[in-house]
Design a protein around this ligand. Structure first.
Ligand code: UD1
Length: 372
């Protein structure tokens, strides 16, 4: 019986951990799972809504760390997580993704000689100005089991000198949640509530510090989005970081100039799934949404200069278009002018993005335990 502490911290963690905990509960003879929530994200719409939508059990431990500078937040997670590990003495700690909570908890375990499994290991943007890239590099260095979503991730890890026995290609666990929840999301009335049922619209998300923290950069992106909203409504669930950035007076006037850019509160998992799955076009700087649109064949423009998820471009529906307004506009025009019923080009769902990744993760944990 393996006792596993499953760590969640921020919004993109919940849909990765939910299917893993569910599989562990199903395989109760092999696994005793606990859920630890660091509290990095705490607003109802950034956290509670996801527990509800995804059927995640209430956390066994809530650390309540909250927001802060990178150093303060990382340190606070480490300080509050260490006593939990000492008390619970788990066989494994499982961390997912690339947020500050991921690295903080992995580092605590490395020092306590408790084994760490990292889900979504090996992704690299090669852009060290992104806090997530630092979190990915360091988490992968200290984790004992690196569970990767795609073959490019395996290659990245090998190139960094990680021994083969620590790497295991399991596929993309976010897609487990996506396929599982698709049917339930049909009950969401978000399209009707926004008056968009049966209409063409675009969905937009924006929260990367490099896009939203500098008003000049954000203003340029908003200009392009305003232009796109001349052609179809652009629905924009606004992340708290971005909401703060938009209070800058110069940006408020740009928002007023956009004909149909609709700012709404952040959506829960099911409402957002319902929204983007019906969109003619998705514009985003998120990592996970590049993958989710690829899995569903929805055209996606990524408003960044790079991606740590190249498989979504090589096989999927994603195009990385940067933040130059002219480039965004011409890519959006090309996507909107493409035939309505066809995908932007022959698009494929990457191998092992099949809804069965959680069980492969559990198998890998058992095997690695037995091998060591
Ligand atoms: C974090 C992750 C990022 C992920 C994103 C998803 C890191 C380094 N970044 O970025 O990889 O894509 O989550 O959302 O871990 N805030 C609230 N309510 C909340 C949470 C945050 O109002 O529930 C506000 C606070 O003002 C906070 C700011 O948002 O200072 C940023 O939150 P933080 O967790 O530091 O980073 P994110 O930008 O959310």
């Amino acid at each position: 019986m393996l006792k596993v502490l499953n760590v969640v911290g921020a919004r993109p963690n919940f849909m990765k951990v939910a299917p893993i905990v569910e599989a562990m509960r199903r395989r109760a003879g092999e696994f005793a799972p606990m859920v630890v929530h660091t509290g990095q994200h705490y607003d109802a719409q950034m956290s509670d809504a996801f527990f509800r939508d995804l059927g995640l059990p209430e956390p066994d431990v809530y650390l309540g760390v909250g927001s802060g500078s990178h150093a303060a937040q990382t340190a606070a997670v480490m300080q509050s997580f260490e006593p939990v590990v000492l008390r619970e003495r788990p066989d494994w700690v499982l961390v997912v993704g690339d947020v500050n909570s991921t690295l903080a908890c992995a580092l605590v375990c490395a020092k306590l000689l408790v084994k760490v499994a990292h889900v979504e290991a090996g992704l690299r943007s090669r852009d060290r100005t992104m806090p997530e890239e630092i979190n990915r590099l360091l988490t992968d260095q200290v984790a004992d089991l690196l569970l990767t979503p795609s073959a490019d991730a395996d290659r990245n890890l090998r190139a960094e000198g990680i021994p083969e026995e620590r790497i295991r290609l399991v596929g993309n666990v976010m897609i487990d949640s996506l396929f599982k929840q698709l049917g339930r999301a049909e009950q969401s009335t978000v399209r009707e509530d926004l008056g968009l049922a049966g209409r063409d619209y675009a969905a937009l998300t924006l929260h990367r510090p490099s896009n939203v923290d500098d008003p000049t950069t954000l203003g340029r992106i908003l200009d392009a989005l305003g232009q796109i909203s001349r052609r179809l409504p652009v629905v924009f669930p606004v992340h708290p970081r971005t909401r703060k950035a938009l209070s800058e007076p110069g940006l408020a006037s740009r928002l007023r100039d956009a004909p149909d850019l609709r700012l709404i509160e952040p959506l829960g998992y099911l409402d957002f799934l319902r929204l983007y799955s019906g969109a003619r076009l998705v514009l985003t700087d998120s990592g996970g949404i590049q993958e989710e649109t690829t899995a569903l064949g929805v055209p996606c423009l990524t408003l960044r200069e790079n991606t740590e998820r190249p498989v979504t471009v090589e096989l999927g529906t994603n195009a990385v278009v940067g933040t130059d307004p002219e480039r965004i506009l011409s890519a959006a025009r090309a996507a909107l002018d493409a035939p309505r019923d066809g995908r932007p080009r022959p698009a494929r769902v990457p191998p092992l993005w099949d809804g069965r990744t959680a069980d492969r993760i559990l198998d890998a944990l058992v095997e690695r335990t037995n091998a060591s």
